[in-house]
Design a protein around this ligand. Structure first.
Ligand code: PLP
Length: 409
């Protein structure tokens, strides 16, 4: 139904473009950060919901469950001990703010630190959700290339020096150091130490986004940057989206009070959803440690299926590294492939992929790259979807020349 009331003259300048209507997931969906539905620990979550609601459900009558604006206390207590054990972080429940997914953390930190015209430092290949936000805020981005060990410190050093010589103090260095999105790299401890040193030398805070740290195949997680800097000049964010389920919308910020106390007034939703915090607060101490290795094994198996399907269907036309964890494969196709055009043509045939330009500070660099999320589709859907994608790619760009070892006409 069309409306006769015209809102358009009322919109303030700078509003984002209108949303497209949701038309459902593609038949073969390799987009977004969705998780494996088979791996949602359903029985344990049902049990946790029952236990938590029976014990303290009546506290739902009070905003924030009467635990204050920083979130449900047992969940914060779990995070304090988990992050001490796994990431070496020494913090207390008072250093933690529970948020509605780490996307809210990104907004809160940006709103606390950034103004139009500011400069931030990013990894050249990075998370679309973080990059989008900067475009909207009118912030300049300096992209630092990565290698197999993450952000390159030689380029960071020259960039910091160059910005300083031009009188520019970047507002933060944003990094996804542990299973980087989209490359999958893990920054080793020695490079982390160099990053902490450089950031301190130039007086630039580090913004550490660490939501994939539980998904390392061998479970060996380096210490968090927050831990290595003893919290000095570092804001750390994390999430339960990748380790439990993204629809729960539970993430967190860890920061010293001098910055957390400036972030907190910007969280104006009177607290994140309490039920999911209560369920996680009950589930995690009892089941998190047993759940994560099962999740990892299932994800690793799907990655193997994806890499085999790509090798079979694309052969040498698809280049990628075998990532040490996570839910994504970052694939380089031949230079003549424009993955934005490929994504459009593929979507028309029911295959959804993330085109590289949206995941890079330099759109031209991302032109023939694509990001594939392998966590959500079944093994069969991965095989069928990649075969279908190779067909679309061949018709549009003439590559791959051979598919499933059969020459294409
Ligand atoms: C690097 C990174 N940060 C933040 C997010 C947002 O996650 P959520 O809001 O679900 O916690 C994602 C999601 O894919 C991500 O990849």
């Amino acid at each position: 139904m069309t409306s006769s009331f015209d809102f358009a003259p009322l919109f303030p300048a700078g509003l984002p473009a209108p949303s497209a209507r949701w038309t459902g997931l593609a038949k073969y969906s390799f987009v977004g950060g969705n998780n494996d539905s088979e791996q949602v620990p359903l029985d344990e979550l049902i049990e946790a919901a029952n236990l938590a609601l029976q014990r303290e459900g009546r506290s739902l009558a009070t905003y924030g469950l009467a635990h204050g604006p920083q979130g449900y206390l047992p969940l914060r207590e779990f995070l304090v001990s988990k992050l001490k054990r796994d990431a070496g972080i020494n913090c207390t429940v008072d250093d933690l703010l529970i948020v509605s997914g780490s996307l809210q953390a990104l907004d809160l930190v940006n709103n606390t630190l950034l103004a139009r015209g500011d400069t931030v430092i990013f990894e050249q290949d990075s998370y679309q959700g973080s990059l989008n936000r900067l475009a909207r805020l009118g912030v300049n981005v300096a992209g630092i290339p990565l290698d197999a060990d993450g952000m390159r410190m030689d380029v960071l050093a020259t960039t910091l020096a160059d910005l300083k010589s031009r009188g520019i103090r970047p507002k933060y260095i944003y990094t996804i150091p542990t299973v980087q999105n989209p490359t999958g790299s893990i920054m080793p401890e020695s490079r982390r130490a160099e990053l902490v040193r450089l950031a301190a030398e130039y007086g630039v805070p580090i913004f550490e986004d660490d939501c994939y740290a539980d998904l390392i195949w061998n479970g060996e997680r380096p210490p968090a940057l927050y831990a290595m800097a003893q919290g000095e000049g570092v804001i750390h964010i994390g999430s339960f989206s990748k380790s439990v389920a993204p629809a729960l919308r539970v993430g967190y910020i860890i920061a010293r009070w001098e910055i957390l106390s400036r972030i907190l007034p910007l969280k104006t939703d009177a607290g994140s959803g309490a039920l999911e915090q209560m369920v996680l607060g009950e589930f995690c101490p009892a089941h998190f440690e047993a759940h994560v290795p099962k999740l990892r094994a299932g994800l690793r198996a799907k990655l193997v299926t994806l890499m085999e399907a790509l090798a079979e269907q694309f052969g040498t036309a698809a280049e990628f590294d075998d990532p040490p964890g996570g839910i994504y494969l970052w694939v380089k196709l031949p230079d003549n492939v424009d993955t934005q055009e490929l994504a459009q043509a593929a979507l028309a045939e029911g295959i959804a992929i993330n085109p590289g330009p949206e995941w890079a500070t330099d759109r031209a660099y991302g032109k023939s790259r694509m990001r594939l999320c392998f966590a959500n589709p079944s093994h069969q859907a991965i095989r069928d979807g990649i075969a279908a994608l190779a067909g679309v790619c061949h018709r549009k760009f003439g590559v791959p020349v051979r598919m499933a070892n059969v020459a294409r006409g």
